[in-house]
Ligand binder design. Structure first.
Ligand code: AMP
Length: 193
């Protein structure tokens, strides 16, 4: 089963994806994690991506599709993948569809985590006031930018997947366990849980 977990920054995509890896044996493909690893290793891609990520913009579609292609070709991805933070543009969604078709596969469901953005901003401001910020893109300014980028460039992939009947939306502001239950229910309905 191949799942996309979609939602604005801070919606809990990473948390829920990690849980699905532990509980369902899916392989998590997080383009954000891949890029952060490249930055940490100081690769050419990392050097290119660093400033783009720090200001909350998107890395080029061709680069992202190249990263995902490599991972999808790995044998363990055949168990099913959970895509976290990808696709983020319609071009990426189209590229993904073509790649999966080549592999005789498809996306089974897109789970949209809906959030209250004002509450997200408040959450990040509280974390920072407590001196608790782990990432350089974890500031109110960059979060605002990332939310804008989400609306402008990522939200348009919702109609793309709605047209294919794949979108299931849930309230991402609920507690982690409640969100997890809602996701499990959706996956169970796909007949594969
Ligand atoms: P994330 O951890 O998914 O929020 O990603 C952190 C940052 O990495 C984003 O703000 C972007 O700069 C970059 N990034 C991650 N995934 C993608 C993607 N699919 N397309 C373009 N840029 C991405």
């Amino acid at each position: 089963m191949n799942i996309i977990i979609l939602g604005p920054p801070g919606a809990g995509k990473g948390t829920q994806s990690a849980r699905l890896v532990a509980e369902k044996g899916l392989v998590q493909l997080s383009t954000g994690d891949m890029l952060r690893e490249a930055v940490a290793q100081g690769t050419e891609l990392g050097q290119e991506a660093k400033a783009i990520m720090a200001r909350g913009d998107l890395v080029a579609d061709s680069i992202i599709l190249g990263l995902i292609r490599e991972k999808l070709l790995e044998p363990q991805s055949r168990q099913g993948v959970i895509l976290d933070g990808f696709p983020r543009t319609v071009a990426q969604a189209e590229g993904l569809e073509a790649m999966l078709a080549e592999l005789g596969q498809k996306i089974d469901v897109v789970i949209e985590l809906k959030v209250d953005e004002a509450a997200l901003l408040k959450r990040i401001e509280t974390r920072i006031s407590q001196g608790d910020t782990a990432r350089s893109d974890d500031t109110p300014e960059v979060l605002k930018k990332r939310l804008k980028v989400y609306h402008d460039q990522t939200a348009p992939i919702l109609p793309f997947y709605q047209a294919r009947g794949l979108v299931q939306s849930i309230d991402g502001m609920d507690g982690i366990d409640t969100v997890a239950d809602a996701i499990n229910t959706i996956i169970a309905k796909q007949g594969n849980a």
